[in-house]
Design a protein around this ligand. Structure first.
Ligand code: GLN
Length: 551
């Protein structure tokens, strides 16, 4: 029988509910249990695919092509939970499905209402994940308790325990215990209020995880336990981690969260296996080198816009025992101030994916700088398209070369639309999405990195490299090193005469894990470490990045 854990959040948003849920999933897995993870988001957008990164951060793409919330990235990095379309639902999707049923007449003329029709639909998408191969389903409810939008979800998970049996369900509430400087103490009242609100809805949390910047005293824990109606052992402290998010599971273990869940749900989990994770953290705390990588993107100042890329760089850093200092550089700033000032001294340059014209020329300039100075360069999706534009313009001398995404009438459309994309009007879910196979050329850098002939990677784009230019590119030293199995779509381009210059049409960052860093990221970081070594041996040739180049 599958058991269910529901994770809610209170007091404020951005408490790290996704990370905490992922950590719980990881700990249960490491006690031999089979876990499935799911996120329910209360906003009305059907998926985050059409949302601005400023609003929502990165869009995380799954193998099946669904465009999901970035918390699913944490789930995939921390656990082995299979993730599909069923792992992320929004209010928009729930309503869409109920309205479609209503149009088909499935409700037999009844008045369609939030309770029971919307709540039934929510219960249905939760129950869908339970099967004989799953011990625990962890469902994270987005938003904060008290939001109007969350109410149908909270009502649905309240009812869920009545249907499935209270003994099979566990409610975990993540809350904030803030430190008030003026009073010189931690305050438990916001937590009391937030739990009070949950109890009004009919949910009595079983476990409280308290985010805090200071240690919570026994007195305060007793107070929280008493006022929130939970046992003392179920008040778990989760202290702020400024060093690494990968420490979160360790702290939860120290506070016996995994034991508690195991007992409360009678899961029969084995003893905890965490040796590799401890090694990983040890490596992270004891790096053998420190390198700096510039990530040049339109939303570089937004910490969540390229989340998986930053994580993948860290994974590759752990792999090579290198601490990575990431310089987040806005491409528009680079347009104004020039690459010399902003990029000098970096050991590697990465240009991530993106949409829209703003900042494109800055990316092109950054790539030119990396190419001409022999700085390791890694281009991802739009980053690859910009690398093609840069090479076309400055090496092959194709004046005005561009992508038709930004200049419909360019004389040299190096990047253009696929035929099947030309007549699409709906923006949501209509790109080339999800896992595609890619064939790697022999003796390519990509092949060396992957050590495989065929790979599969996730995509999210409309535009493609224009094959008309393939030969010209190759003749000038930029080769197509990976294609779709039919040879038609260029998926990887790489520069022959350069220490490390590789760009991909797909998104490798969605498949990197802390325990298994992605081969292209490890290849790129290795090249950056080499460059760093050369730099320390011959400092006069390669200056350090200036402090104000980092944001
Ligand atoms: N805008 C480009 C395209 O649609 C690149 C997309 C991306 O970087 N994800 O093809």
């Amino acid at each position: 029988m599958t058991k269910h854990i529901f994770v809610t959040g209170g007091v404020v948003s951005s408490l790290g509910k996704g990370l905490t849920s992922a950590s719980i999933g990881m700990l249960l897995e490491r006690r031999g249990l089979r876990v499935k993870m799911q996120k329910l988001d209360p906003y009305i957008n059907v998926d985050p695919g059409t949302m601005n990164p400023y609003q929502h951060g990165e869009v995380y793409v799954l193998d099946d092509g669904s465009e999901t919330d970035l918390d699913l990235g944490h789930y995939e990095r921390f656990t082995h939970s299979p993730l599909t379309r069923d792992s992320n639902y929004t209010t928009g999707q729930i309503y869409q499905s109920v309205i479609e049923k209503e149009r088909r007449g499935e409700f037999l003329g009844k008045t369609v209402q939030v309770i029971p029709h919307i709540t039934n639909e929510i219960k249905h998408v939760i129950a869908k994940l339970a099967d004989q191969d799953t011990d625990v389903v962890i469902t994270e409810i987005g938003g904060t308790v008290g939001d109007i939008e969350s109410l149908p979800f909270l009502e649905a998970i309240r009812q869920f325990a009545i249907d499935a049996g209270k003994e099979n369900c566990l409610y975990i509430h993540l809350t904030l215990v803030p430190y008030l400087k003026a009073a010189g103490e931690l305050k438990t009242k916001p937590t009391q209020h937030s739990v009070g609100q949950l109890r009004e809805i009919g949910i009595q949390p079983d476990i409280l995880i308290c985010r805090t910047e200071r240690e919570i005293s026994l007195d305060d824990r007793e107070k929280i336990a008493l006022f929130c109606n939970v046992s003392l052992e179920a008040v778990i402290e989760e202290r702020d981690k400024d060093f690494s998010i990968y420490e979160v599971p360790m702290e939860l273990v120290e506070n016996r969260l995994d034991d508690l869940i195991n007992e409360k749900l009678d899961l029969g989990g084995t003893s905890l296996e965490l040796d590799d994770w401890r090694d990983l953290l040890h490596g992270l705390r004891n790096p053998q080198s420190e390198i700096s990588i510039a990530v040049v993107g339109k939303y570089a100042e937004h910490k969540d816009a390229y989340k998986s890329i930053y994580e993948s760089l860290d994974h590759a850093g752990m792999h090579h025992r290198a601490q990575i200092r990431i310089g987040r550089i806005q491409s528009e700033t680079l347009e104004r101030e020039g690459p010399e000032r902003l990029l000098s001294g970096y050991d590697g340059v990465l240009v991530p994916g993106g949409f829209g014209e703003r900042g494109i020329e800055g990316k092109v300039e950054a790539i030119r700088f990396a190419r001409e100075r022999g700085i390791p360069f890694f281009g991802i999706c739009l980053g690859m398209q910009c690398a093609a534009i840069e090479f076309g313009r400055h090496v092959i001398k194709l004046d005005g070369a561009h992508s038709t995404e930004f200049d419909k009438d360019t004389p040299h459309p190096l990047i253009c639309l696929l035929d099947e994309q030309k007549n699409i009007v709906d923006m949501g879910g209509t790109m080339r999405l999800g896992t595609q196979l890619c064939q790697l050329s022999e003796e390519s850098l990509a092949r060396t990195c992957y050590d495989q002939e065929q790979i599969s990677e996730r995509h999210r784009h409309r535009y493609e490299f224009n094959n008309v230019y393939r030969q010209q590119f190759a003749a000038h030293g930029m080769e197509v090193a990976g294609t779709s199995p039919d040879g038609l779509l260029a998926e990887i381009i790489e520069l022959k005469d350069h220490p490390w210059f590789l760009a991909v049409q797909f998104h490798p960052e969605f498949k990197s894990k802390p325990t298994v860093a992605h081969p292209l990221f490890t290849g790129f970081v290795e090249a950056a470490v080499k460059r760093h070594q050369q730099r320390t041996e011959r400092p006069q040739d390669v200056p350090e990045p200036s402090e104000d180049a980092h944001t």
